[in-house]
Design a protein around this ligand. Structure first.
Ligand code: SF4
Length: 337
């Protein structure tokens, strides 16, 4: 897998001004700019910045106002402030030479594990993972990880997996290969698996789960309830239940469970209804605010292999009383068709 990815990267990598050489200063500036901004938007800012401050000493000697001026329009100005501070730290503590160990780089202002990993691998070819949302998504798919990637323990597990994958390979090409793969092929919504250089190693592709993974359920707050909400279909019919009690008493709606994973949904459903279902895809994450609570509905499409009581066609559904929350769910599903 590593060889496939690295060869693909060497032949297809995207051409960015920060990829012209392996200067840690340029890589650092680009990685900070890219944190909240798209590559296309960053290019002109990066070029102006490097033209004005071609090295760390010139950046350290500039005023904060000059740095802010070049940052104007990029947003998240704290990044500019930290870049300026870090340049001064490097000049004062490291004689103006960019530090070379992961721990030293991580200790600098505004540099987290991802950026430190990216700088160490791209500039110094050290075997350091650079784990961002792209890598979490790709790894979750390759290894068919059904855990929530928003959780620290899942992120730790993925970091260890990547750490192992890097041993003995060109970490710069591997990490940048993952970055490019995530941006162009293994995209969040419609991964282009047939064009993927590592598809023969991908368990999600093998089991047709690439439209479901990763599981990414964030910010589980106390006053919010997170549901896995199922659009369950049988041919052109939808499974709806009439709520016997609760907030939506007597209204029809989708089946949903207060759980964290669509795979757990299958278990709950099959236990309750004694009929097998299969998962098809992630549809949307929908928020609905009631007076006293908020529902965060993580909507997935499932199919029944056999009919069951409670199936309705779309025409029949228009005559049923349905909660607004679940009308939103239905609309989101129909939009994908
Ligand atoms: S085969 Fe598809 S899901 Fe797997 S890594 Fe490639 S693009 Fe992503």
């Amino acid at each position: 897998m590593q060889n496939n990815l690295i060869t693909w990267y060497q032949q297809n990598h995207r051409d960015f001004p920060w990829r012209q050489n392996e200067d840690p200063y340029r890589i650092w500036i680009s990685e900070i700019m890219l944190q909240q901004t798209t590559t296309e938007a960053v290019i002109p800012y990066f070029e102006r910045f490097i033209q004005t401050f071609p090295n760390i000493i010139q950046l350290a000697n500039a005023s904060l106002e000059e740095v802010y001026k070049l940052w104007e329009g990029l947003g998240y100005y704290r990044r500019a402030k930290y870049i300026h501070m870090t340049a001064q730290i490097i000049v004062n503590q490291y004689n103006g030479i960019f530090p070379q160990t992961y721990q030293e780089i991580l200790s600098l202002k505004g540099i987290g594990p991802y950026t430190a990993g990216a700088i160490c691998s791209i500039a110094y070819h050290q075997a350091t993972p650079a784990i961002d949302g792209n890598v979490l998504r790709i790894m979750s798919r390759i290894y068919l990880l059904k855990e929530n990637i928003a959780l620290n323990k899942t992120q730790k597990k993925i970091t260890e997996l990547v750490q192992d994958l890097l041993i003995g390979y060109d970490s710069s090409a591997f990490n940048q290969g993952l970055m490019d793969l995530g941006a162009t092929i293994c995209r969040p919504l419609h991964p282009r698996c047939e064009k993927c250089p590592i598809n023969t190693f991908c368990k999600a592709y093998k089991h047709n789960q690439q439209m479901v993974l990763p599981i990414n359920i964030k910010n589980i707050k106390h006053q919010e309830i997170h549901y896995i909400t199922g659009i369950i279909t049988y041919q052109n019919q939808f499974l709806l239940i009439k709520n016997p009690t609760g907030l939506l008493e007597n209204l029809y709606g989708m089946i949903q469970y207060d759980i964290e994973s669509p795979y757990r949904f299958i278990e709950e459903f099959e236990q309750q209804y004694q009929i097998p279902i299969s998962i098809v895809s992630h549809i949307a994450d929908i928020k609905h605010v009631f007076t006293h609570r908020t529902w965060q509905m993580h909507v997935y499409h499932f199919v029944l292999n056999e009919p069951i009581k409670g199936l309705f066609t779309l025409d029949e559904i228009t005559d049923l009383p349905i909660s607004t929350a679940h009308l939103k769910v239905l609309k989101a599903y129909l939009k994908t068709k």
